[in-house]
Design a protein around this ligand. Structure first.
Ligand code: FMN
Length: 177
């Protein structure tokens, strides 16, 4: 009754880990990045940088060094969402960058789904080695911290929606032991 396209996209989103070789249209990539940057952030600091990597050699090198992002060997695009915490005086960004960037990541995943593409959040921060690998390969300075690498592409095969609704995870008003 109240169902609409946005809710449908959110409910149908799944992690996609297999990609066809089809390249992604530039217009779609720009829309996805725009969706990421539309996320809320604490005091609207927007403490983020988005690396859009479509160079095959760089994607392969990232896949070589990131144990849980091997999908980058097939994906035509990797988006690396980073916290920009170079300003040590900005306590808002220093404190909330993970939440800010996570909101951007979810926006990206939903935008990807809505455009008929697929993607998966692969973690970097807070694992030191997974933060350092993209920093080294993409020349990212120390104060710009990779939160995750998101391989993106046209899905190879179906990843059907799953029901994750759990009544027991909702507390109406007070917790009753
Ligand atoms: C913080 C975080 C880290 C994740 N890291 C990885 C990862 O390194 N590799 C991977 O394949 N999936 C990773 N995922 C994706 C989860 O495995 C996936 O979202 C979960 O299994 C639920 O499946 P769904 O996204 O299809 O609903 C991560 C998700 C989150 C939120």
């Amino acid at each position: 009754m109240c169902m609409n396209e946005v809710i449908k996209t959110i409910l149908e989103r799944r992690s996609v880990r297999k990609f066809s070789g089809k390249p992604i249209e530039r217009e779609k990539i720009e829309l996805i990045l725009r969706a990421g940057m539309s996320a809320p952030s604490a005091r609207n600091r927007q403490p983020w940088k988005f690396f859009a990597v479509d160079d095959r050699d760089l994607l392969n090198r990232l896949a070589d060094e990131l144990p849980y992002a091997k999908m980058l060997y097939q994906a035509p695009l990797g988006i690396i969402v980073c916290g920009d915490i170079r300003d040590k005086e900005d306590m808002t960004a220093q404190t909330f960058w993970v939440q800010d960037c996570s909101a951007a990541v979810e926006n990206i995943l939903i935008a990807v789904q809505s455009l008929g593409l697929g993607a998966v959040w692969t973690a970097c921060y807070p694992k030191d080695d997974r933060v350092r690998a993209p920093q080294k390969i993409l020349n990212i300075p120390d104060g710009i911290v990779p939160l995750c690498v998101i391989p993106v592409g046209y899905p190879d095969g179906d990843t059907p929606p799953v029901e994750k609704f759990r009544e027991e995870n909702i507390i109406w008003n007070k917790f009753e032991g």
